[in-house]
Ligand binder design. Structure first.
Ligand SMILES: NC(=O)c1ccc[n+]([C@@H]2O[C@H](COP(=O)([O-])OP(=O)(O)OC[C@H]3O[C@@H](n4cnc5c(N)ncnc54)[C@H](OP(=O)(O)O)[C@@H]3O)[C@@H](O)[C@H]2O)c1
Length: 352
């Protein structure tokens, strides 16, 4: 299917969320008309920043209520849209039948629209690398788009915490198969990594990787599971990846694209970067807390060395969209400054 024209209308699900908010902003910047989908348009704590955007005043940005748990709820919103960025979470990833149902709800509304040509489905790098057996990363250390977690592993179950990555793979396939069957729209997957970067609303300060940085600023943070380094993408670049995939003439149904800068940094180094990059803050860096049982702590060196042996690739998204990624240092500065100025986060400072 052809690229989505820049003055046409697109819908963004999860528009009040951290990533969705930036997809809205970057799509507006590129000239699109945007239907921002949230569950409750009257929840000003979540939608106030969208209402404050200049394009809301002109009507180029509009707000719409939809809960993807309800079949048909996107029918009216998608009618007349040429593109959809389906960014939102679902209520749970631990019930795979429920995940499939939510996909069906969106797919039906796309089919009913008669106008949608391209859908960007937000997945995750978890759907690339979240292994039940970490040794699989030693056997297949290159982290690129054709890689999926080993699905033959019997320990890959929701009970063992794999529901999120399983649900994301289910959704990727459901959309690609539905698009193929329908023939009039394409489904392209975007797999974001660990998003950091500026927040646009105070409610973004408490969730995700940016919320972990808020914890560091307040004086408490914990080790990342399996001692995995943060594999980051700036949220503005993540949004540019989504919008770039809507706009690209190089993408085909069923393709997936990883959005990460390929910068990887241990959580302790992220925390130490704050004082290095912003000495004026007089930030009193706390020590990391390690909540893992002794048997995991005993494997710290081994686990760190497995992660150090992985190779992160992003050639595909750069070729499809022409985009480049910001450095993690730039993202950390923007995260910290907006957590304080927009999120009202209190910083633990050194005593004079
Ligand atoms: N943040 C990351 O580092 C990261 C990394 C990889 C992948 N992702 C993926 O990126 C997407 C966005 O993540 P995010 O960090 O921006 O999350 P977020 O800030 O929590 O936003 C998620 C949004 O999903 C919406 N939502 C949840 N359940 C819904 C439902 N039943 N119906 C309609 N909307 C629903 C919420 O809408 P309301 O505003 O109505 O509550 C919320 O605004 C997710 O699909 C996530 O898996 C994120």
């Amino acid at each position: 299917m052809p690229p989505i024209p820049r003055n046409s209308t697109i819908a963004v699900t999860g528009a009040a969320g951290y990533i969705g908010s930036w997809v809205v902003q970057r799509a507006l910047d590129r000239g699109y008309r945007v239907r921002a989908c949230v569950r409750d348009t009257e929840d000003l704590a979540k939608t106030g920043f969208l209402r404050a955007m200049p394009a809301f005043a002109s009507g180029r940005l509009t707000l719409h209520a939809a809960d993807l748990d309800n079949p048909g709820c996107f029918d009216e919103i998608f009618a007349g849209c040429q593109g959809v960025a389906h960014v939102s979470h679902v209520s749970t990833y631990d019930d795979q039948d429920y995940v499939r149902r939510t996909c069906d709800h969106i797919i039906q509304s796309i089919n009913n629209s008669g106008s949608v040509n391209r859908v960007i489905v937000t997945s995750s790098v978890a759907a690339v690398m979240d292994e039940a057996d970490i040794q699989e990363l030693v056997r297949r250390p290159v982290l690129y788009e054709d890689r999926f977690p080993d699905e033959s592993n019997a320990r890959r179950t929701t009970d063992r915490g794999k529901g999120y990555s399983m649900g994301k793979v289910v959704a990727e396939r459901a959309f690609a198969e539905a698009a193929l069957g329908h023939g009039r729209w394409d489904a392209i997957t975007c797999c974001p990594a660990d998003n950091v970067g500026p927040i646009q609303s105070p409610h973004h300060a408490t969730t995700g990787w940016q919320g972990r940085i808020a914890g560091m600023l307040s004086g408490e943070y914990t080790q990342t599971p399996a001692y995995r380094p943060w594999m980051t993408v700036d949220v503005r670049d993540c949004a540019d990846a989504h919008v770039g995939l809507l706009d690209s003439d190089r993408v085909r149904n069923g393709e997936r694209y990883i959005a990460w800068s390929t910068d990887a940094r241990n959580v302790e180094d992220i925390c130490a970067s704050i004082d290095r990059l912003l000495p004026e803050l007089n930030y009193d860096s706390p020590a990391v807390t390690d909540p893992f049982p002794e048997r995991i702590q005993a494997r710290e060196a081994e686990l760190r060395s497995i992660w150090a042996g992985t190779e992160l690739r992003n050639e595909r998204i750069r070729a499809a969209t022409g985009m480049e990624f910001r450095s993690l240092d730039e993202s950390i500065v923007a995260t910290v400054e907006t957590l304080i100025s927009v999120g009202g986060v209190d910083v633990r400072r050194r005593k004079a």
